[in-house]
Ligand binder design. Structure first.
Ligand code: NAD
Ligand code: 5JK
Length: 369
């Protein structure tokens, strides 16, 4: 982002820095951003692992805060050169209300933008999602598409709706004058389904498999391809974008980029088996064991049960109409826009991403015993 005269001069803020992706971004920044002087980590829940980071050469400042609280965000942003906004409520299982999802993902993002404008921060990188595009409510496939592929992006679920609105706010904010009169430069990264160390849904599938005696039962046809990307590569793309935004503001400002790497195109379940298989789980069936109409029925039943049980407990199974539609719709990206615009190459090969993820699942197994 700056020449060597500016070594160790920069202050970065990572919102959601204690989440699955956020932790990888934080660790990647500390390893790969030599110009970093201070790294602020802003999250609703701070992780104990932050303590170990505080002994290094970069000043690590942990800030417990809520993105929905404008004053807390403004205080954290003041004096930062770059904001990487990963904080968000990722909920497609009905754990939180649509209002809360909107409040965190949309109003939270608005607060981050306004804080940049008011305090003079010029560079904002937003973690969007492939779901801003699709799969859409019609279940139309998006096959190896890129950022310009036409697709009817129509959503009803609160999570993709909130990500789409927030992304729009970020892109529209590009060029706004911040305190001091210089323009804000923003861009949005759209990861597909992220996997890797710390991935909660992978953990859930693993434990479900253990409960079922080491088996998982195929629910989705193997022919449905689902886009996946390794968390380390997503983190690196964030670090690179943050670094390059100043030099390439005219090219990158207001742009969206899918996050991609060389992970293979596979169905959601077959992809998971790349990691769960070597950890002793087996996917039963070459075809879905239950007919699709029955899955649709069970998904609808889960919605009803969730509603009935809500006064007593939170029932939020993996299967619901939305997750079924997502898993059952081909959505894969094939693009080189990030390489062309800012020289992105995924630092982790598929083999390394796979090995790292398997080691993480195996360690989980060890800790469970
Ligand atoms: N996981 C994926 O497959 C995926 C794919 C595409 C995009 N994304 C996006 O990446 C970002 C990170 O997702 P993740 O998978 O790491 O989720 P995560 O839940 O692990 O991390 C989100 C972090 O945000 C924090 N947070 C939530 N509400 C907050 C609030 N009100 N104030 C401050 N912090 C708050 C959480 O505490 C958490 O640490 C999200 O914006 C998500 O939409 C995720
Ligand atoms: C038939 C069921 C048992 C299978 C359920 C799988 C389901 C839980 C999976 C399938 C696809 C997954 C989503 C996809 O990888 C992309 C994203 C985008 C991201 O922004 C948030 C996570 C999310 C929604 C994944 C959630 C889990 C899904 C729906």
């Amino acid at each position: 982002m700056a020449d060597s005269a500016q070594a160790q001069k920069l202050v970065y803020l990572v919102t959601g820095g204690c989440g699955f992706l956020g932790e990888h971004v934080v660790r990647m920044l500390l390893q790969q951003e030599p110009q970093l002087r201070e790294l602020r980590i802003f999250d609703l829940h701070l992780g104990p692992w932050l303590e170990e980071l505080k002994t290094g050469p970069v000043q690590v400042t942990a800030i417990q805060g809520d993105v929905t609280q404008a004053h807390e965000v403004a205080a954290a942003v003041a004096g930062a050169h770059v904001v990487i906004h990963t904080a968000g409520l990722v909920d497609v299982f009905g754990k939180t209300s649509p209002e809360t999802i909107h409040e965190v993902n949309v109003q939270g993002t608005r607060n981050v933008i306004e804080a940049c404008v008011q305090t003079g921060t010029r560079f904002l990188v937003y973690t969007s999602s492939m779901e801003v595009v699709g799969p859409n409510i019609k279940g139309q496939p998006f096959y190896r598409g890129n950022e310009n592929t036409p697709y009817e992006a129509v959503h009803r679920h609160p999570y993709p709706c909130s990500k789409a609105l927030a992304e729009q706010l970020v892109l529209e904010a590009n060029g706004r004058k911040v305190l001091g009169g210089l323009p804000l430069v923003t861009c949005a990264l759209r990861p597909t389904g992220i996997y890797g160390e710390g991935h909660q849904i992978m953990r859930d599938f693993y434990h479900q498999g253990l409960r079922l005696g080491g088996r998982l039962f195929r629910a989705i046809p193997a022919s449905v391809e689902h886009g996946r990307v390794y968390v380390g590569n997503v983190a690196w793309m964030h670090v690179l974008v943050a670094r390059e935004l100043e030099h390439r503001a005219a090219l990158m400002g207001g742009q969206v980029y899918f996050c991609y790497d060389n992970s293979p195109y596979k169905s959601y379940e077959d992809f998971n088996m790349e990691f769960l298989g070597p950890c002793g789980l087996r996917l039963v069936g070459t075809r879905p064991l239950l007919p699709y109409w029955l899955l649709v029925f069970l998904a609808a039943l889960n919605v009803l049960l969730q509603w009935l049980l809500r006064p007593l407990l939170l029932y939020a199974p993996l299967l619901n109409p939305y997750t079924l539609a997502m898993a059952n719709t081909t959505f894969t990206v094939s693009t080189d826009k990030a390489r062309r615009h800012f020289g992105y190459e995924p630092p982790f090969s598929w083999e390394e991403s796979r090995t790292r993820t398997i080691r993480w699942v195996q360690a989980m197994e060890g800790s469970a015993q």
